[in-house]
Design a protein around this ligand. Sequence first.
Ligand SMILES: NC(=O)c1ccc[n+]([C@@H]2O[C@H](COP(=O)([O-])OP(=O)(O)OC[C@H]3O[C@@H](n4cnc5c(N)ncnc54)[C@H](OP(=O)(O)O)[C@@H]3O)[C@@H](O)[C@H]2O)c1
Length: 326
Amino acid sequence: MKAWLLREKTGLGALECAEVAVPEPAAGEVLVRVRFAALNPADYYLAENRYPANPPMPHVLGRDGVGVVERTGAGRFAPGDLVTILRGGTGVSRAGTLAEYVVVPEAELVPKPADWSDEEAAGAALALLTAHQALTQWGPLAPGATVVVSGATGGVGVASIQLGRAMGCRMVGLSRSAEKAARLRELGAELVLDPNDAELVEKMKDFAGRERVALVVDNVAGTLFPKLVAMLGTLGAISCVGRLAGPVPDFNTGTLFFRRNRIGGVSAGAYSAAEAQATWDASLALLRASGARPVVDGVFDFSDVQAAFARLKQGPMGKVLVRVGA
Ligand SMILES: NC(=O)c1ccc[n+]([C@@H]2O[C@H](COP(=O)([O-])OP(=O)(O)OC[C@H]3O[C@@H](n4cnc5c(N)ncnc54)[C@H](OP(=O)(O)O)[C@@H]3O)[C@@H](O)[C@H]2O)c1
């Protein structure tokens, strides 16, 4: 089979398309013929040695994907079933989806949602599981609570806007792109602001009113972070998902005192297999109830993996996919 092999953790330049043996599923595992893989920033972080994972080399990147069951032992799936990969070790501690076949533990697979296209299903899992945890980890959000999402056009950002809206929140997206802002409004953001707007905090306070912001889902960090804290209301919280703009310089913990603000990390990797399945089911129910569907930025050919990663780094609108096989 063809696979993109990462030979060493020196960057995406170390990726090479090679012919390798089809992997053998062990007991409790399923051999999946990959149709579409979806990219995540953690893929290039791993390639650039900026991610806490040490898989055997050469490694195959790719955590998300959709495919057809080729071979399986006794269990929930049969050959020919269409499946989606949930969060697990795939693409992190074991070979991932940038290959024609991938072996996945059965507990980390779900049936592909029948009402979604293969493309829609391919990139939904990690983004939805992450967004769901970010939105719910502080307890239920009051109806009409204002929730701000930074990096709102990315995989996690779009999923957060869609799930938060389905939960009855007033969603605000932050995006550096005026063009993508229009799309975010179509997807349910009541307001979209540029994170670099000098009046960002004032505009947020005007929008949210006396209660101010209940929750921020932060994918960006960096110099934006203190401004996100400044938007929060009493007991308002920030779910730290990513830090695409790097570390937060000179953070003053005193800014948290008076409104008793809370900051907490999000880890999709912390879900057990059963929790991941339950969260997937809950996320699907929310999306269906609100009529939302996963958003695909674009689909690249298997030979164009470098272009697909370049698009992801540039800033997508939804998920970046790679077409692997039929
Ligand atoms: N904690 C977890 O379990 C977990 C799980 C999944 C992902 N993550 C992390 O969460 C972050 C978001 O993931 P994702 O898949 O949504 O990423 P993504 O698809 O690459 O999208 C991120 C969005 O953030 C904006 N952005 C990118 N670089 C930026 C910068 N330097 N400053 C400000 N905005 C920037 C871009 O939006 P605009 O161009 O519209 O501004 C982009 O569309 C990543 O750091 C990822 O590693 C964490």
